[in-house]
Design a protein around this ligand. Structure first.
Ligand SMILES: [Zn+2]
Length: 62
């Protein structure tokens, strides 16, 4: 049996600047879009969107 390709969640990783405390995600618009949501990093170096699974990762300051 053939398996249809599935859209993988958490596939998309967005890099953000290390001094960013909040990110906004709307799923990129279109059929995958969702209401605009802000996410706080809350001291962590990553945050995931609960709607579309995008992962926001801070670039390490080196
Ligand atoms: Zn999203």
């Amino acid at each position: 049996m053939k398996q249809k390709p599935q859209k993988t969640e958490f596939a998309e990783i967005i890099n953000v600047a290390p001094d960013v405390d909040q990110v906004v995600c709307d799923g990129g618009g279109g059929p995958l879009g969702h209401p605009q949501v802000w996410y706080n990093f809350d001291g962590r170096d990553h945050a995931s969107c609960h709607y579309c699974g995008r992962k926001f990762v801070k670039n390490k300051a080196e």
